[in-house]
Structures are given as structure tokens and as C-alpha cells.
Design a protein. Structure first.
Lengths: 113, 113
């Protein structure tokens, strides 16, 4: 099973709202990632978790707050977003020993009004 | 100069054609080379990955890496309409104990029945 699931598939939120994106994998991967992808652009790395600890934050604004409750789950909490934050948010996971082979979820398409 | 260059296309071919997708790179530290397929509004799907120079075949797909020329290719034989998607090359290098993945901008492929 090489499946990464993400919920919700679509999300529309206002700039004052608080919402959360969820990601789950059951492949036993101990590295999990959040990426942001704008239209016709490649994915941009936001955060990396290894062994449920945040190991990389690519200078992401604090209005994005990641959380890794356990080895299978990854959340991204959103607060006070801007319209330019509208994008496809992708979760990925990999084995720590082979971080180059990342498996992506289908993404959450976010629209900030 | 971008670390990874990829022709954005679009590339239109008739069904059954052999497709060649290419990327060049400038960073000699890249160790792993991947190809992802991304259908519209979906997450990237890992197609193939290689470590060394040479060819790797999987069904209708062949990945080729030439480290001396800093050039990688993906060949698709007997292309099908279902192959219509955006193809992203990706490469990774060790960065502080983490395999940092750099994506190309993607080539949009359309296979016409």
C-alpha cells in the first residue's frame, strides 16, 4: 500500500478563518512533508518531519502551523491566510533511509477569499 | 541559472509515438534522480527513480541518467492517451542529513488518439 490520503479535497476559507488540513499514511514511513504547489509550478517544500519532530521549516510564515500527532498523521493548521496562499497543498511521506522516494497524497486545493 | 531546467512544453504526440522528456541540471551534488507524473488537479505520482548513470526500464518507461553531461531523460514507448499529464523531473542531494529534493518545472504531455 503506497497510499497517502489527504482531507479535505477542497477548502474555501476567509482571511479570518482557522482551518486544518489533514494527512495520513500507513506505510510505516517516519518522514513526512508538506508542500505548496501553485498552478503550473513545481511543488515547493514547506516543512519536513522526521520521527514526529519538525526537522525543516523552509521559512514558512507563522500563519501556517504544522503538527505531527503520531507517526501516521500530519496536520497543517491555517490561520489568517492571505489570498496569495491559495494553492494545492500536498502531503508526502518517505522512509528516512530513502528520503528521495517520496509518495504524495492527492492534495487539498485551498482557496482563500 | 536554475538548478534544474525542464522544457515546459506543451508536447503533443500521436498515440503510439515514442516520447522523450528531458531535464538538465547544474548541481553536481545531486545523487538521486526521479520522475513524477502529475495528472491535472492531482498529486505527483512517483514513476521511477535512479541513483547511478545509465538506463533503468519499467514497462513502457525508461529513465536515463548521464551524470557527466548533467542530463536526464524519460522515454515513454507506445504512448497512450492515459499518459497525458505533466511530467516532473526531480533530483535530490544531501543537505544537513536530509535529502533535499529539487523539482523541475514540469513538461505537459498530450497524447492524441
Amino acid at each position: 500500500d503506497t497510499e497517502v490520503t489527504q482531507t479535505p479535497k477542497h477548502l474555501v476559507m476567509g482571511m479570518t478563518n482557522k482551518k486544518s488540513l489533514k494527512c495520513e499514511q500507513h506505510m510505516g514511513h517516519r518522514a513526512m512533508y508538506w508542500y505548496k504547489q501553485k498552478a503550473k509550478k513545481p511543488p515547493e517544500l514547506m516543512f519536513v518531519y522526521s520521527y514526529e519532530k519538525l526537522s525543516i521549516n523552509e521559512s514558512v510564515p507563522s500563519r501556517f502551523s504544522p503538527e505531527c500527532p503520531n507517526s501516521s498523521l500530519l496536520n497543517l493548521h491555517l490561520h489568517a491566510l492571505q489570498p496569495e496562499d491559495s494553492a494545492l497543498y500536498l502531503c508526502a511521506s518517505s522512509q528516512l533511509e530513502s528520503q528521495e522516494t517520496q509518495y504524495f497524497g492527492p492534495g487539498t486545493r485551498l482557496l482563500v477569499l | 541559472q536554475k538548478e534544474v531546467e525542464q522544457d515546459p512544453g506543451p508536447l503533443s504526440v500521436p498515440e503510439g509515438a515514442i516520447v522523450s522528456l528531458n531535464c538538465t541540471y547544474s548541481n553536481s551534488a545531486f545523487q538521486y534522480f526521479m520522475w513524477y507524473r502529475q495528472y491535472s488537479r492531482k498529486g505527483p505520482e512517483l514513476l521511477m527513480y535512479t541513483y547511478s548513470s545509465g538506463n533503468k526500464e519499467d514497462g513502457r518507461f525508461t529513465a536515463q541518467v548521464d551524470k557527466s553531461s548533467k542530463y536526464i531523460s524519460l522515454f515513454i514507448r507506445d504512448s497512450q492517451p492515459s499518459d497525458s499529464a505533466t511530467y516532473l523531473c526531480a533530483m535530490s542531494a544531501n543537505s544537513g542529513g536530509y535529502q533535499k529534493v529539487t523539482f523541475g518545472t514540469g513538461t505537459k504531455l498530450q497524447v492524441i488518439p
